[in-house]
Write a protein of this length. Structure first.
Length: 363
């Protein structure tokens, strides 16, 4: 799109889909909103957190989602909510047709919100990696070239899909009157760190640092290189649409980026990420046990399961090879104190609501 900001350092709250997307759609970290593990989609706290979908539904938008599993997004306030079979679907045809339906809605005077989930990379990794290897398969970690080739093939298919969607958006003139956010929920391993064959075990940049591209008619195009969090996009969209935040709900963790996107001053903030490393189990635990706090230059990781910490200078060591935790560096204590602040606002688990059980892919 002629009017788009490309974010090169967009950091996810969780390196797996459901908690990542719940954070994105609510502008809040799962540690506060209740969706903080593979099992916790059902325990998202709607009474405390108003999602983007809730806001747009209240503004009479037609809300529509097409996705890989009903664990990804809360169903609440969707007018149309479909789950496809990722093993047997042509997403280009399916999503182009949904865009045409949205055009009909729009031509009839109805604004809309559309969530499209592209699952091709996930499906390929599920069949070729998750089902074939485990997190400690030497054969996987010793074949980085094959791993990269496998991923590149899947990525090329994703680009083809995106090009089809982009052409359709141009054809329907949606870039002239719509906000279009293209974002990856998390990254993936190609064998960088032993103990993680895909995602969801660790908090290294290859799974938590993603890209985002935000298109909006009034925004000058540029690249945004400072760190942002996935939780920042929901308040940005609200401000872009001139919808005020409802003060009867919990305050968001995210802050609108709109002013910074238009060239205003930007104060980078720490970003919090956490995941539940399955270690030697088949399924991930129900409580996160691996946490990180990140700035553009530094990252502190806390492995709660064995009480160890890691510190990386991301500027000099982007692949996080050289753990500086034993060095006497002031930033170590600053990061730790700030990580404790994130840890200090954890929500109470809602034990009355059953945990989500279906459709979980063992990471």
């Amino acid at each position: 799109s002629p009017n788009s900001i490309f974010f090169t350092q967009s950091i996810t709250y969780a390196p797996y889909t459901n908690s990542s997307i719940h954070a994105l759609i609510s502008g809040s970290y799962g540690s506060r909103n209740g969706c903080y593990s593979y099992w916790h989609s059902s325990r998202f706290k709607h009474q405390l957190f108003k999602t983007l979908v809730d806001y747009l539904h209240d503004e009479n938008y037609f809300t529509c989602a097409d996705l890989i599993s009903d664990l990804v997004l809360p169903k609440k306030n969707f007018d149309y909510y479909e789950v496809y079979d990722e093993s047997n679907v042509d997403l280009e045809i399916r999503h182009v047709s949904l865009l045409e339906k949205m055009k009909e809605k729009f031509d009839n005077g109805n604004n809309f919100f559309l969530y499209l989930h592209y699952s091709g990379i996930h499906t390929g990794i599920r069949d070729q990696v998750l089902k074939v290897f485990d997190n400690f398969s030497k054969e996987f970690f010793e074949n980085k070239v094959a791993n990269k080739e496998r991923y590149d093939k899947l990525f090329i298919q994703a680009e083809k899909y995106l090009k089809t969607i982009q052409e359709k958006l141009f054809e329907l003139d949606f870039f002239k009157n719509s906000i279009v956010l293209v974002i990856s929920d998390h990254g993936i391993s190609i064998g960088e760190k032993f103990g993680e064959r895909a995602y969801g075990s660790f908090c290294y940049d290859y799974t938590i640092k993603t890209f985002a591209n935000y298109c909006s008619p009034d925004i000058p195009s540029s690249e945004f290189n400072e760190q942002v969090s996935h939780v920042d996009f929901m308040p940005t969209i609200l401000e872009d649409l001139k919808i005020s935040q409802n003060k009867n709900f919990e305050e968001l963790d995210g802050k609108s980026l709109l002013n910074a996107m238009k060239g205003g001053k930007y104060e980078e903030r720490y970003v919090f990420t956490e995941t539940a490393n399955p270690l030697n189990e088949r399924a991930p635990p129900k409580q996160p046990n691996t946490k990180s706090i990140r700035s553009s230059n530094w990252k502190l990781i806390f492995n709660e399961h064995n009480n160890s910490k890691e510190l990386y200078n991301l500027h000099e060591d982007p692949n996080e090879v050289n753990n500086l935790i034993d060095n006497d560096i002031e930033i170590k204590n600053i990061l730790w104190e700030n990580l404790k602040k994130f840890q200090g606002v954890r929500t109470q688990d809602d034990l009355a609501v059953p945990l989500s059980k279906r459709g979980l892919v063992n990471p």
